[in-house]
Ligand binder design. Structure first.
Ligand code: BG6
Length: 492
């Protein structure tokens, strides 16, 4: 099956931080794929920018190396690579100085009416200075958009300051706050599943759902990012953004349309109805862990502290939480979330566990009746699975068993699954903000996270150690088992 590609209008894209890790691993490969698919108009321009003095040819060589490293060989024929890198230009610009900005102005000036995208693939300390320079040099036209990456602050107060800095130059409808989880194919399928099928919505509530689990498990450690990561931790790095966004998509009311504000209004209501975690319940509602040396991906690996090069750190590399939503629909339905680095396998999924049937008409000889479960797999092998009870085939009485209706998107559609950044970048050009976080969502998410961070900071307790290659600290098992439930594991 050939994926459908809708061309976008001609645009100029300036990537600040163009020689950094994000550009190398994600942005350049994503743009390359879109170019191969014929989605990028021939006149569109991609201008890399960073503080580093570099010729256009050197930047093109950097981009080519990035594509060779991050695009599978079968997708990168030489002629396509060549065509793509010839689109690339480079302008060195220093956010704290005048140097480079007039050159950027000169290169963009001839196409005043074009869609302009400024992608800030830089640390948050540079968001304000870059936006100011863009303003000073009249580079912000009515058709301009700015894209910012997380971390959007370290808490509610710093997020507010960042949003204000960006908001002084760009109006809210031109600000695209990326959460790459929202660009994942399965995450959007969650909306299709819920709102394009009559089947689920009538039972999508506390009367029929026992609980929801959201897991984002990684096998990698913090790698070369220990410096950044130690100022962040799993709660800020994964929960404040990605996992709360997933929770919102599972829990939100049906929006009136798929319009950006209609969807974001509903997500906001969920964030605002999260019950606060308090000093009284924090011990039972949260667990934080930190990995120690162990085995991962077939080899021995160091612990977090060794990677950090320090004897001590209170930074969590694992977090498990029990969240509750104060609403009619979700009263009494816990949303368990867990995320960690150096876990037993790379696996992200949402599990919706339905309640048991109210009454069984079968004899004990039929066997136990498992409750239905809907599993939405984000990675690896994106897909959806619904467990159903059926009769064991053959004569010999009524014996029941649980079987999965299992759909892998790769098997079903046989296409390369586009990376989240491919879709999100094209959505920015199209001016579609549905999959980007609005300022009030970010504020509401921090409002729920801030008290947890505060309690943890004040607490003398250190994160619970767990061995690399396991499923995290045993306290996270206790968190869910105290409620008579278990984390979903394996293929059941
Ligand atoms: C990023 C986090 O936002 O998401 C990383 O900063 C994390 O720490 C990554 O590894 C996970 O993304 P994905 O798409 O690989 O699940």
């Amino acid at each position: 099956m050939t994926p459908r590609t809708i061309p976008v209008d001609v645009f100029d894209l300036v990537v600040f931080g163009a020689t950094g890790d994000l550009a190398k691993r994600k942005l350049l490969p994503a743009l390359f794929h879109r170019d191969v698919q014929g989605q990028i108009p021939v006149d569109a321009r991609i201008i890399g920018s960073s503080r580093r003095a570099m010729t256009r040819d050197a930047f093109r060589a950097f981009a080519l190396a990035a594509i060779e490293a991050h695009v599978a060989p079968e997708h990168r024929q030489q002629v396509l690579c060549q065509r793509f890198i010839e689109r690339l230009d480079y302008v060195a610009a220093e956010p704290s100085q005048e140097q480079g900005w007039s050159e950027l102005e000169k290169s963009l000036r001839p196409e005043q009416d074009r869609i302009r995208v400024y992608y800030l693939a830089v640390g948050p300390d540079l968001f304000g200075p870059i936006c100011e320079r863009l303003g000073q040099h009249n580079l912000v036209t009515p058709n301009s958009r700015v894209v910012v990456e997380k971390p959007l602050g370290k808490n509610g107060a710093s997020a507010k300051a960042l949003n204000e800095q960006i908001g002084r130059i760009f109006p809210e409808p031109s600000i695209y706050r990326i959460d790459h989880y929202l660009g994942k194919e399965t995450v959007q399928n969650l909306m299709a599943l819920r709102f394009a099928n009559a089947l689920f919505e009538p039972i999508w509530n506390a009367a029929h759902i026992d609980h929801v689990q959201i897991t984002v498990a990684e096998t990698l450690g913090v790698e070369g990012r220990a410096g950044y990561y130690d100022t962040s931790g799993a709660l800020r790095d994964m929960v404040q953004n990605h996992m709360l966004q997933l929770l919102c998509l599972v829990a939100m009311e049906p929006p009136t349309s798929i319009d950006a504000d209609a969807v974001r209004d509903e997500k906001l209501k969920i964030l605002q109805s999260l019950k606060p975690i308090t000093a009284e319940n924090i011990a039972n509602h949260t667990v934080r862990g930190q990995y120690r040396a162990g085995a991962s991906m077939g080899g021995a690996v160091n612990g977090y502290l060794e990677e950090l090069g320090s004897d001590t750190s209170k930074t969590e590399t694992y977090v498990a939480l029990k969240a509750e939503i104060g609403s009619w629909r979700w009263n009494g339905v816990p949303f368990y979330m867990r995320s960690g680095k150096r876990l037993a396998s790379r696996m992200s999924e949402i599990v919706v566990q339905f309640k048991p049937i109210p009454h069984s008409v079968f004899d004990a000889s039929a066997g136990a009746i498992s409750s239905n479960r809907l599993i939405i797999r984000l990675q690896p092998d994106e897909g959806v699975k619904l467990t159903l009870m059926i009769k064991d085939p053959g004569p010999g009485g009524m014996r029941l068993r649980s079987v999965p209706l299992d759909m892998s998107f790769a098997d079903a559609f046989g296409v390369r699954n586009p990376d989240a950044y491919e879709r999100l970048l094209m959505d920015v050009v199209r001016g579609n903000q549905t999959l980007f976080m609005r300022r009030d969502e970010v504020t509401a998410a921090w409002k729920w996270i801030d008290p947890i961070l505060e309690y943890w900071k004040e607490s003398p307790e250190l994160p619970k150690p767990y061995t690399s290659g396991t499923w995290g600290p045993s306290a996270s098992v206790a968190l869910i088992e105290r409620d008579g439930r278990t984390w979903h594991e394996g293929d059941d």
